[in-house]
Design a protein around this ligand. Structure first.
Ligand SMILES: N[C@@H](CCC(=O)N[C@@H](CS)C(=O)NCC(=O)O)C(=O)O
Length: 200
């Protein structure tokens, strides 16, 4: 059985839970408190030398890190990966965008404000990151103009990767009011079969 090392409020960890649920794959959950250094113990670094969750333990006992790599592993040969070669690359295009241009700003600000109690300590960086986060939202809004999904013509792991932190951006005090295509897409994602909320 799969074992997921996770910090439940983390969007990166939620991506993996959401897909496991949508694939109807049973898994065990092990909570790791990222706020107290539990990801940096020698034991944890054996699982992921990069000291971060999520980590998925596969049935053969090996450990896989990086949320979007885990999504790719689980989704291969399922409808959650697009069919054509170019659409599969397109899914990766948006998953790399998520990790380089979106998550570093939106997830980080959300964590400092809503979970780590660092609003004052990191006030300068929050101010610096906010426009970069809105730039990423602007890119998503343009991509979604006139289309329902990020890659191919159906819901895929590219949507899961971007949904994770976009739908809780409000916890980082981001306002999606001007992003109507994103808001409509958030509703479409939440309507997919076997959807589970981040709080589950
Ligand atoms: N690129 C990684 C990021 C993972 C990550 O940043 N994990 C955070 C929680 S969301 C963490 O474990 N932080 C604890 C630490 O850095 O010690 C992924 O997508 O899985």
């Amino acid at each position: 059985v799969f074992k997921l090392y996770e910090y439940p409020p983390s969007g990166n960890c939620y991506k993996v839970r959401l897909l496991l649920n949508q694939l109807d794959i049973p898994f065990e959950r092990i909570t790791v408190d990222t706020q107290s250094g539990a990801t940096r113990t020698p034991e944890f670094l054996e699982l992921n030398p990069n000291g971060r969750v999520p980590v998925l333990i596969l049935p053969d006992g090996s450990a896989l890190a990086e949320s979007n790599a885990i999504l790719w592993y689980l989704a291969e040969d399922t409808p959650f990966v697009p069919d054509s070669k170019v659409d599969r690359a397109r899914a990766l295009e948006w998953m790399f965008f998520e990790q380089y241009s979106h998550e570093p700003y939106i997830a980080t600000v959300r964590n400092w404000i809503a979970y780590a109690n660092k609003r004052e300590e990191f006030a300068d960086r929050i101010r610096e990151f906010r426009p970069k986060a809105y730039a990423a939202l602007g890119v998503m809004e343009r991509r979604l103009a006139g289309r329902d999904w990020f890659a191919g013509n159906r819901y895929s792991i590219a949507d899961i990767a971007l949904y994770a932190y976009t739908h809780v951006a409000g916890e980082g005090e981001f306002d999606l009011g001007d992003y109507s295509a994103i808001r409509a897409w958030l509703v479409r994602v939440a309507e997919q079969p076997r959807h589970v909320p981040i709080t589950a």
